[in-house]
Design a binder for this molecule. Structure first.
Ligand SMILES: Nc1nc2c(ncn2[C@@H]2O[C@@H]3COP(=O)(O)O[C@H]4[C@@H](O)[C@H](n5cnc6c(=O)[nH]c(N)nc65)O[C@@H]4COP(=O)(O)O[C@H]3[C@H]2O)c(=O)[nH]1
Length: 728
């Protein structure tokens, strides 16, 4: 480099230095005069800002105390002024804010927007936007930013920013929005939602809940607004779920204005933020339609659509259960297979519609012929099945019950039918089999009943046949005996025989009346052969009345002669007679008509009869006792005597059963029983009589034991009344 060039360069540097010195002197002057707030010093690491005290203090205080964040940025976006609020918003010390680039706190998503905003800013216009700042602790600070450009002294292109913290506002907006959403959800769900406090009072209820209860449910007890019933009919109560920590579901019914709703109630706890129980949230879902659909499905799956009776599938199911029950309870059941005779002909001649009507009427008649708990099913076509349960424990007894039901079914189904203007007749063939205590497969039972039904067809139709031939024979005999008994009553084939009753001296004190049947072919029939059947069929009622009338007439005749006026007559009364509601009135009427002295009449009752319905027994005995009628307890010692009951009954006499008397001399047990009965009778203030006394030894023993009255072959066998005088 030439000397002249070097001189030029030095002169230029000298000028530059002088200019910068005068600039520095001017700055120092401005600083001294308080005209400068901050200094921006450009350096290799970017602009550096230095704030200076002494500027306009009042403005500074105002800006420092305002609730918005305020800042001034250089053209490069460096903060050379910020108030304390901004530092708080950004969660950073104020010293670190000054001199930092503002964009550091603008979230990445908002940065492009922010820059565009700065570009648009001018001294005349305020640019505004919402953006989110990211504070130093990582939290987002939603802000409303207002920007305007300004000229600060000689610093051109600076910006003044005011940042309003929207955090609180956003939070309240969020709460309001959440509240709105919750309400919308509550009101737009198909379920009725009810929120209750811990006392089951309703705090909130959805739109559907309002509609469902038809009133304003708020503040009301839940159970009053929703009087729900559980499946077992018990009233639903929220209290039951008070201690449940999880949601539970239960199906209920609600009756409202004559309509029935089925509701699925789901109850769950309402838990506060600290885990405390605030109440319950109840969701009620209307499942009425679903229920109806379920019922329809069940109807289709298990019921015959034409007659609405259980179909084969349901019958098999019930049969399974019945077999198990019979085995467990040892009570018999029965299966009746019913087929309509000539149904096909009716169907072919009158058409299927008429055939269907017949089947429907048959179904109804079958239902009417059996008890509620029995099952009537249709297997298809003209085949029906009746399943009877809870019959007697003995096969014979059960078979007799089946026959009664079978007869009822036969009578019901043979009545004329009115089928859409057609008068028709139909008869059934019935096959029956017992479901006994030994388990037999369902298929086997159906097969047996089916086979028996074919036997009924073969036997001329319109009849019932049992699968078991022995049973069939026994039933036939029984049926024959029943019709003969009826005839015997009509024809007066019964006789009343008398058996003497004597005192300790062997003197006649009276007699027991014992009925006999003088059968035209079989001769004299003992009561054991026909009394049980008479009881079962109810024929004991007319027969018993006849016995009572005959006995009372006899008493009235005896009353006319001094030698016989003091005699008593014991008359047996069966359970069925005694239980009849008109029994007391009947005895009273017979006594009145015959003119017999009630004090001479002794009714013999059995222990089992007395204890059957103790209240009824006491009432009837007391009423008869008031007329003067006496009571003897027959067969004493053979049942389960309950002394406490015995004391309450107005009895006059205990009768020692002949089974004890028979072996009284040979069996020490029987001897002890006989003695005890005598002692018991005495302690209860009752008379005692021994029946079945056949030997002098038996009489002597009983006499020695304190028994003073006797009856038995030793003194005379039962026979016509005249025989009484011969034996004693
Ligand atoms: N081995 C033996 N037997 C004797 C002796 N003395 C009497 N008997 C029999 O013992 C039965 C006594 O009658 P019951 O215990 O009342 O038992 C009666 C009674 O329960 C019932 N019965 C009889 N007549 C009637 C009646 O008119 N109405 C009702 N409801 N039942 C009656 O039939 C049962 C049987 O009557 P019967 O055959 O007449 O049998 C009678 C009688 O003939 C004896 O020394 N040895």
């Amino acid at each position: 480099m030439e000397q002249s060039d070097r001189d030029d360069t030095l002169a230029a540097e000298n000028r530059d230095l002088r200019a910068r010195l005068s600039e520095a002197e001017e700055t120092l002057r401005a600083i001294r005069n308080g005209e400068v707030d901050a200094l921006v010093v450009a350096g290799p690491g970017g602009d550096q800002v230095f704030t200076l005290r002494g500027a306009d203090y009042a403005y500074r205080v105002l800006v420092e105390e305002m609730s918005e964040g305020a800042l001034i940025l250089t053209a490069q976006g460096v903060i050379f002024y910020a108030n304390r609020r901004l530092a708080q918003m950004l969660k950073v010390p104020l010293q670190q804010v000054i001199g930092a680039s503002f964009e550091r706190w603008v979230t990445a998503v908002d940065q492009a927007l922010f820059r565009a905003l700065m570009n648009r800013a001018s001294p005349q216009t305020h640019q505004r936007m919402e953006l989110t700042l990211r504070a130093d602790d990582g939290t987002g600070v939603p802000c409303y930013l207002s920007v305007s450009s300004l000229q600060l002294g000689e610093v051109v292109g600076s910006f003044c920013l005011v940042a309003t913290d929207l955090t609180e506002q956003k939070r309240s907006e969020a709460i309001v929005a959440a509240e709105k959403l919750a309400r919308l959800i509550l009101d737009q769900t198909a379920e009725a939602i009810v929120v209750c406090d811990n006392d089951a009072r309703i705090m909130r209820a959805s739109e559907v809940a309002h509609t469902l209860c038809g009133e304003n449910p708020l503040e009301q007890p839940f159970e009053r607004v929703f009087p729900l019933q559980e499946a077992n009919g018990a009233p639903f109560s929220l209290a039951r779920f008070r201690n449940t920590g999880h949601r539970r579901r239960i199906e209920t019914r609600l009756e409202r204005q004559g309509a029935v709703f089925y509701l699925l109630v789901s109850v769950g706890p309402l838990v506060g933020s600290q885990g405390e129980r605030l109440g319950s949230v109840v969701i009620l879902t209307d499942i009425t339609q679903r229920k109806a659909a379920e019922e329809q499905i069940e109807q289709l799956a298990f019921y015959d659509p034409l007659t609405r009776l259980p179909n084969r599938r349901l019958l098999r199911d019930r049969l399974h259960q019945a077999v198990a029950t019979c085995t467990r309870t040892r009570r018999q059941g029965a299966l009746l297979f019913i087929d309509l005779d000539d149904f096909k002909t009716l169907n072919d001649t009158l058409g299927h519609d008429i055939g269907d009507l017949l089947l429907q009427q048959v179904a109804q008649r079958l239902i009417d012929s059996v008890r509620m708990r029995d099952t009537v099913a249709r297997l298809g076509g003209d085949e029906f099945v009746v399943m009877l349960e809870d019959l007697g424990t003995q096969p014979q007894e059960a078979a007799a019950q089946v026959q009664v039901v079978g007869a009822k079914v036969l009578t019901a189904l043979t009545q004329p039918y009115e089928l859409a203007g057609h008068h028709c007749h139909s008869t059934p063939s019935i096959g029956a089999t017992l479901i006994g205590e030994y388990p037999v497969s369902v298929d086997e039972l159906l097969k047996r009943a089916d086979l028996a039904m074919y036997q009924a067809k073969a036997a001329g139709r319109n009849t019932l046949r049992f699968f078991d031939p022995e049973m069939q024979a026994a039933l036939e005999a029984r049926t024959a005996l029943e019709s003969e008994l009826r005839e015997a009553l009509r024809e007066g084939q019964f006789l009343l025989w008398y058996q003497a009753q004597v005192d300790s001296e062997g003197r006649l004190t009276g007699a027991e009346a014992l009925v006999r049947w003088l059968h035209p072919r079989r001769g004299l029939v003992a009561p054991a052969r026909f009394i049980p059947l008479a009881e079962e069929t109810g024929l004991i009622l007319p027969l018993g009345r006849w016995v009572l009338e005959t006995a009372c007439s006899q008493l009235a005749r005896w009353a006319q002669r001094p030698q016989t006026a003091g005699l008593t007559l014991a008359v047996n009364v069966s359970a069925r007679e005694f239980r009849h509601p008109g029994f007391v009135a009947q005895v009273e009427a017979v006594l009145e008509v015959s003119g017999a002295d009630p004090h001479r009449l002794k009714l013999e009752l059995t222990e089992s009869l007395l204890l059957e319905d103790i209240a009824d027994t006491i009432a009837k005995m007391t009423a008869l006792k008031a007329l003067g009628v006496g009571f003897s307890l027959d067969d004493f010692g053979t049942g389960y005597s309950s002394l406490s009951y015995l004391k309450r009954l107005p009895l006059d006499q205990l009768k020692i059963d002949q089974s004890f008397v028979r072996d009284v001399l040979t069996d020490p047990n029987d001897a002890a029983i006989a003695r005890t009965i005598v002692a018991l009778a005495h302690s209860l203030g009752l008379a005692v009589i021994a029946e079945g006394v056949e030997t002098e030894g038996q009489r002597a023993f009983l006499l020695e034991s304190g028994c003073r009255a006797f009856q038995g072959y030793l003194f005379g066998r039962p026979g016509p009344v005249e025989g009484l005088w011969q034996c004693c």
